[in-house]
Design a binder for this molecule. Structure first.
Ligand code: ITT
Length: 205
């Protein structure tokens, strides 16, 4: 069947398409359907993912797949968290958002690597037109680097060094960021959440 990917973020859309590719579902994006973006009024990732998926399922009559995600910085009491997109402003200036994080870390004297810990969270939701919902969440832990490195990926990728790796997400191909074979899909928050979701509902009902 067909599945709507309820995101207006091109970087995220590309990753969600790649993650879905082996599953043989026909996907159409919220952008292609010109769907309105619902207001993200939730106070956590899971709630905002559900808001986006439910709105797209209602608007299209198709099952809808949404991701709500963000960067959580320990030394900043979890900021930017669910506000990760909003910190980049209207102009989607993620270099400015990364600079703001770095300035705040410096102000707090959080310069040693163990004070620069952060994690990405991805909450995925599939909503069906009959109101059925499936929800999962996953994270990847790492350290923030300064200056940012690499031009791949999107958002905060160039500033994020996943634990156990020497290259930032901004220096990885999307395949590496998902997690390389033979283990596959073992690295990024989004790929890890996707594995959980696929275990629950490999094929839309
Ligand atoms: P949609 O709501 O339309 O999906 P959005 O960009 O507004 O797009 P979110 O509200 O979930 O999505 O915001 C998540 C932000 O967190 C996103 O804009 C990125 O800046 C950041 N982010 C999430 N996952 C990321 C990743 O894999 N790499 C880098 N940054 C990421």
């Amino acid at each position: 069947g067909r599945l709507v990917i309820a995101t207006h973020n091109p970087g995220k859309l590309a990753e969600m398409r790649e993650l879905l590719a082996p599953h043989g579902v026909e996907v159409v994006s919220a952008g292609e359907l010109d769907l309105a973006e619902p207001e993200e009024t939730g106070d956590n990732f899971r709630a905002n993912a559900a808001i986006k998926a439910i709105a797209a399922a209602k608007a299209t009559g198709l099952p809808a797949f949404a991701d709500d995600s963000g960067l959580v910085v320990d030394a900043l009491d979890g900021a930017p968290g669910i506000y990760s997109a909003r910190w980049a402003g209207e102009g989607k200036d993620f270099m400015a958002a990364m600079t703001r994080i770095e300035r705040l870390l410096q102000e707090r004297g959080a310069t040693a690597p163990d004070r620069r810990k952060a994690h990405f969270v991805s909450a995925l939701c599939v909503a069906w037109p009959d109101d059925h919902l499936e929800q999962v969440e996953a994270r990847v832990d790492g350290t923030l680097v300064w200056p940012p490195r690499g031009t791949a990926g999107f958002g905060y990728d160039p500033a994020f060094l996943p634990d156990g790796y020497t290259r930032t997400f901004g220096e990885m191909t999307s395949i590496e960021k998902h997690g390389l074979p033979p283990l596959g899909l073992g690295l990024s928050h989004r790929a890890r959440a996707f594995v959980k979701l696929a275990e629950i509902c490999l094929e839309p009902r």
